[in-house]
Design a protein. Sequence first.
Length: 71
Amino acid sequence: MKFYALNRTDTKILAIVAALVLVSGIVALLVLLFNGMQHNGVGGLHGKIGFAFLALGLYHIIRRIMFYKKR
């Protein structure tokens, strides 16, 4: 699916945040592997972005609950 084909703004924001979670997770893993098993700021940032993704995902589902009930 192409990004510009997404119709709603909240869906686009959800896609952007999902990409940020993926990229920050990869970076956090690399920092963790090369820096030893210590907590770092990148991992904390990844967690905060992840919580934002969860909140936006719930909002996305709630907005489309009627679509899911019809099925």
